[in-house]
Design a protein around this ligand. Structure first.
Ligand code: BG6
Length: 467
C-alpha cells in the first residue's frame, strides 16, 4: 500500500521569467513581465523580474544541484520571447541553443525534462495583434509551439500547454499577465487561451505521436463554509468556475451546460466559431497536470450584499467574488503560511481524488509548496523545518490518494531553487536551495543548500517509502 510507482517522476519546478533574469541577454525580446514592476498597481518595496535569481547565467550549477538531490524530472518553462523575435515568427538561434543545452544537461543526469510551453511571460509583440484579447492569439501561439516541437520534440517526452490558464482569467491583473491595454472580458480571454491550448495539443499529436501533453491549471477542492444548502450551492458553482470549466473544455472538448447558462445569466458572451468548436473537440490531453497550494472555502452571498463583504486581499487563493454565486472566506480549521495561504494536506488528497474520479486520466503535480521569509544563519544555513513538514504531510497525502486508486505520474513542487514570486518579491522563498540576494541587493547569487534539500534527496532515494 501507499507505494509510489517505480518510475515516479520526483523533481521540482520553475518558470522562465521568475528564475532566469537576463532580460537583455541572448537576443531575448521584451515580455509583459519585464516591466511589471513599473506598473501603477505593482506593490512597493519588492523586486521585479529583470535579474530574478539569474538562472540564465547559473544554469549548469543549478542542474548539478538538482542532480545532487536525485531529481528524476525537472519542470521548467521556455520563455516565448527568448525563442521568437517578432510577430512574423522569426526565430532567435541563441534562445534555441540555450534550451537545447539545458535539456541536454538534464538528460546527461537522467533528469526527465517536463516543459511548460507558456508560463505567463507573453512577448510584448503580441500586442500588435491585440494581445490575449484577439482571436488571432491562438495562431501566433501555435507557430511558437511548432518551433519548440521541431527543435526539442525528439528529446522532451512530457509537454505542458499553458500554466494556470484559470488564474490568467481570475487574477490576471494581480499576477501581471493581462496587459493594461486589454479590454476583453475575462471569459473571452479564457476562451482565446483555451483555443490556443487546443491547437497546440492537436499539433503535438500530429507532429510527435509518441510524446505526452497535458494542461497545467491550478486546481483545488472547494468547501462550503457551513452545511446551509445555499453554501453547498455556492460550493458547487465555485467548483465549476474555479476548476471544472477549465478541465472540461480540454478533457471533454466543450463547456458544460451550467457554465453556458451562467454566462447567459450574467449577460456575458464568448464568441466561439464553428472551427473553434471542432478544434476543441479534436484535442484531448494524455494526462492532467495541476498546481496545488491550498483549498478554497466559500459561502453564498446575494448579488446585493456582495459589495459590503469583499475581502480586500486578492490573489490566487483569496478574494474571489462572483456576484450571485458567492465569495471565498477564511477556513478557520486550517493553519496559514507567512503569506496567508491556508495549508491543507488532506485537501490535497481530496483534490486528487476529485480530479481522478471526474476524468480518469493519470495525474502529475507540477506545483505545490510553501512560500516563506528566510534569513541565513551566521554559518550560512537555512533551517526550514516548516518546509520539510509541509512536504512530508503533502507527500503522505499523495501516497494515500495512490492507495485510494489515483494514478500518479510525478510530483514537481515549487520550486527547485529560490526565484521571484509572481507579485510578492524574492523574499517569498520557495526553493530547496537558497539564493543569496535580497529585494534590491543582488549580492553574489550564491546557491546554498537548505535543510529541506537533504531531506528531499533522501526521500527520493527511498522512492517516498516510509513517508
Ligand atoms: C502559481 C504560479 O500561481 O503559484 C507560479 O504558477 C507562482 O508562477 C506560484 O510563483 C506561487 O505563487 P506566488 O504568487 O507566491 O509566486
Amino acid at each position: 500500500m501507499n507505494k509510489f510507482p517505480k518510475n515516479f517522476l520526483w523533481g521540482a519546478s520553475s518558470s522562465a521569467y521568475q528564475f532566469e533574469g537576463a532580460i537583455n541577454q541572448g537576443g531575448k525580446v521584451p515580455s509583459i513581465m519585464d516591466k511589471f514592476d513599473e506598473r501603477k498597481n505593482y506593490p512597493k518595496g519588492i523586486t521585479g523580474f529583470k535579474v530574478a535569481t539569474d538562472h540564465y547565467n547559473h544554469w549548469k550549477e543549478d542542474v548539478a544541484l538538482m542532480a545532487e538531490m536525485g531529481f528524476k524530472s525537472y519542470r521548467f518553462s521556455i520563455s516565448w520571447p527568448r525563442i521568437i523575435k517578432n510577430i512574423k515568427g522569426d526565430v532567435n538561434p541563441e534562445g534555441i541553443k540555450f534550451y537545447n543545452d539545458l535539456i541536454d544537461e538534464l538528460i546527461k543526469y537522467n533528469i526527465e525534462p517536463v516543459v511548460t510551453i507558456f508560463h505567463f511571460d507573453t512577448p510584448t509583440f503580441i500586442e500588435e495583434i491585440g494581445g490575449l484579447d484577439s482571436n488571432q492569439f491562438s495562431n501566433i501561439f501555435e507557430l511558437y509551439a511548432k518551433v519548440l516541437f521541431e527543435n526539442y520534440g525528439s528529446k522532451v517526452k512530457y509537454w505542458l500547454t499553458i500554466n494556470e490558464l484559470n488564474m490568467f482569467a481570475f487574477v490576471g491583473q494581480v499576477i501581471g499577465v493581462i496587459s493594461e491595454k486589454s479590454k476583453a472580458s475575462k471569459w473571452q480571454i479564457m476562451h482565446n487561451l483555451n483555443v490556443a491550448q487546443a491547437k497546440v495539443i492537436r499539433l503535438c499529436k500530429k507532429m510527435l505521436p509518441n510524446v505526452k501533453i497535458g494542461p497545467a491549471p491550478n486546481i483545488s477542492s472547494v468547501y462550503a463554509n457551513s452545511n446551509k444548502p445555499e453554501d453547498h450551492l455556492a460550493k458547487l458553482n465555485f467548483d465549476q468556475i474555479r476548476n471544472w470549466i477549465f478541465l472540461d473544455i480540454v478533457c471533454r472538448g466543450e463547456y458544460g451546460t451550467w457554465f453556458k447558462n451562467f454566462l447567459k445569466k450574467i449577460k456575458e458572451e464568448i464568441i466561439i466559431t464553428k472551427e473553434e468548436e471542432e478544434i476543441l473537440k479534436d484535442s484531448k490531453p494524455d494526462f492532467i497536470a495541476f498546481n496545488y497550494y491550498s483549498t478554497m472555502t466559500v459561502e453564498y452571498v446575494s448579488a446585493q450584499d456582495i459589495k459590503k463583504t469583499l475581502d480586500n486581499k486578492i490573489d490566487q487563493h483569496s478574494g474571489l467574488v462572483i456576484p450571485g454565486v458567492g465569495k471565498t472566506v477564511k477556513n478557520k480549521n486550517l493553519p496559514k503560511t507567512d503569506y496567508g495561504w491556508e495549508i491543507d494536506y488532506v485537501g490535497f488528497r481530496n483534490t486528487l481524488r476529485e480530479v481522478y474520479d471526474r476524468y480518469q486520466l493519470p495525474i502529475m503535480i507540477t506545483e505545490n509548496g510553501i512560500g516563506a521569509k528566510e534569513v541565513l544563519t551566521k554559518d550560512e544555513k537555512i533551517h526550514d523545518n516548516y518546509r520539510i513538514e509541509y512536504y512530508q504531510k503533502h507527500i503522505k497525502a499523495m501516497s494515500e490518494a495512490i492507495s485510494d486508486g489515483v494514478e500518479m505520474i510525478g510530483y514537481m513542487p515549487w520550486s527547485a531553487i529560490d526565484l521571484v514570486s509572481t507579485h510578492e518579491g524574492v523574499s517569498k522563498r520557495y526553493g530547496f536551495v537558497y539564493v543569496n540576494r535580497d529585494e534590491f541587493d543582488e549580492k553574489d547569487m550564491k546557491r546554498i543548500r537548505k535543510d529541506s534539500f537533504f531531506w528531499y534527496k533522501e526521500l527520493i532515494e527511498r522512492n517516498g517509502e516510509n513517508i
